[in-house]
Design a protein around this ligand. Structure first.
Ligand SMILES: Cc1cc2nc3c(=O)[nH]c(=O)nc-3n(C[C@H](O)[C@H](O)[C@H](O)COP(=O)(O)O)c2cc1C
Length: 186
């Protein structure tokens, strides 16, 4: 499985890092300029430190990189965290960065595109952009971790949300719930 991972300048880069660590097979990373800044501010990490989990990293300004073309196959693109700015660009067909270009390739080629949007509150423009993309088959996953397994730490919260993303891209077959079931269904 080939997964493109975009990290943009929304809060919550910890989710992007956990996804990179746990998503199997080949991951290709693009971090936006502001994604790098938030990664540094929130986790004290530089993009180069994510190399152990990444097959290859690309510069967000490099529109000539291989995945800019629909001819180079990938199975899914996950933007985590996804800013409302990137959400808006994708929804309006703007493809002036590598992240937004690959998202537009995913749309035209009908490949899986997952946006873990992080902002609150959300204005009507962001909500309309999310709706527009959802109608195109994009999976909109607001960055809101589940609490039903009694998380005790930030890591538990991150794990719970990322499990769900992993299941959406087909890397888990438990719907991200780790065996959690309603008793009456067993
Ligand atoms: C520390 C910090 C936190 C931010 N948090 C968010 C956020 O949670 N959601 C959001 O949409 N934008 C957030 N922003 C603003 C985006 O970084 C900004 O809109 C940027 O242009 C997004 O560009 P990108 O999508 O190409 O990364 C934040 C910026 C900074 C510096």
């Amino acid at each position: 499985m080939r997964t493109i991972v975009g990290i943009t300048g929304a809060s919550g880069s910890i989710y992007g890092v956990d996804f990179l660590r746990r998503c199997p097979d080949d991951k290709f990373l693009i971090t936006s300029k502001w994604g790098k800044r938030v990664l540094l501010e929130e986790l004290g990490l530089k993009v180069e430190e994510l190399a152990p989990w990444v097959k290859q990293s690309f510069d967000d300004r490099d529109l000539a990189s291989p995945f800019s073309s629909g001819s180079n196959h990938f199975d899914a693109m996950v933007i985590i965290p996804c800013s409302v700015s990137t959400l808006g660009k994708i929804a309006s067909g703007v493809a002036d960065t590598l992240i937004t270009r690959i998202a537009s390739v995913a749309l035209k080629e009908r490949r899986k595109l997952v946006l873990a949007v992080r902002e609150t509150p959300l204005d009507s423009i962001a909500l309309e952009n999310a709706l527009k993309l959802s109608r195109e088959g994009v999976v909109i996953m607001p960055l809101c971790p589940p609490h039903y397994r009694n998380p005790r730490s930030i890591d538990d919260l991150v794990e719970g949300f990322v499990n769900k993303v992993l299941s959406v891209v087909g890397a888990r077959d438990d719907n991200g719930e780790g065996g959690w079931r309603h008793e009456e269904l067993e």
